[in-house]
Design a protein around this ligand. Structure first.
Ligand code: NAD
Length: 255
């Protein structure tokens, strides 16, 4: 397990409000590749989708240009996500809720693995890959099983269905973003785990927490724009670092 600075554990043990932001790195050890770390996913670098750049497929422009390609890519990702299981990082965060009942978990991940691990109600900033919505009217809707079109059409208005995820360049749902900003601004401790701190507006949450006096803990094996501003940096993988943090917290008997 990663080593944890005792002062970081102390900050967590005495915090009234804890906010956690997770990114794709937290699910990497469940076998779901991050976008940023390249195509070496479970299919390997020669996999069917390795030659496509996710940052170009996960956009409204790509969907307008070639909706079938984007839909098929999401079918592949859904299959990958459906086979994935929560890892010790997801489980540690679910445990952390027991020590810190006011904890608010914000995730950029669309894989719903936090819920699978037992986290109560994460704020899903970028949506949920298991759901679909009408690309014209926005409401959540499931395709008709008999519809073989790629992508299938909305049974109400005939527009294309799309995954219920926020693509690069799209705005976040305002009620989810507002709740996340409030959680950041009121946090005593803000943990950013497995996120590059490059994708806005999520990347601004740590900044807002810090500006309001929160202790910032970053968990990431790589340096990010947040690293220099964090009070504590656990430069380790999320599974080992979060498990160590929660273990150390349990040993203080606090939270
Ligand atoms: P990101 O910006 O959150 O970057 C991933 C970060 O994880 C990097 O900084 C990397 O250093 C770090 N990392 C890698 N392995 C790690 C580990 N084992 N432990 C801790 N940190 C680790 O995410 P992205 O890949 O650029 O994706 C952008 C957006 O795409 C996400 O915000 C999300 O909406 C979507 N996405 C979701 C998933 C998912 O749901 N699992 C996966 C990929 C992308």
């Amino acid at each position: 397990m990663a080593s944890v600075p005792p002062a970081a554990v102390e900050a967590l043990a005495t915090a009234e409000r804890v906010t956690v932001l997770t990114g794709a790195g937290v699910s990497a050890e469940s076998g779901i590749p991050t976008f940023r770390d390249g195509p070496d996913g479970p299919d390997g670098p020669d996999g069917l989708w390795a030659r496509y750049d996710p940052a170009e497929l996960a956009t409204p422009e790509a969907f307008a240009r070639d909706p079938g390609l984007v839909w098929r890519w999401y079918e592949w990702r859904r299959d990958l996500v459906s086979r994935a299981r929560p890892n010790p990082a997801h489980r540690a965060l679910a445990d952390l809720e027991r020590y810190c009942p006011s904890l608010i978990l914000i995730t950029q991940n669309v894989d719903a693995l936090h819920q699978a691990a037992g986290s109560r109600a994460p704020l899903q900033l970028h949506g949920n890959i298991h759901r679909n919505r009408c690309s014209r009217e926005g409401m959540l809707i499931e395709p008709d099983a008999a519809d073989t079109r790629v992508p299938p059409a909305c049974p109400h208005c005939g527009a294309r269905l799309r995954p219920d995820v926020v693509w690069f360049g799209e705005p976040l749902r305002s009620e989810v973003l507002d709740a996340a900003v409030e959680a950041a601004r009121t946090a005593d401790v803000f943990i950013a785990a497995g996120t590059s701190s490059l994708v806005h507006p999520a990347a601004g949450l740590a900044e807002q927490a810090g500006a309001n006096g929160a202790t910032i803990i970053e968990i990431n094996p790589n340096v990010t724009p947040l690293t220099g501003r964090a009070h504590y940096v656990l430069a380790a993988r999320a599974a080992s670092a979060l498990a160590a943090l929660v273990q150390a917290l349990s040993e203080t008997g606090g939270g």
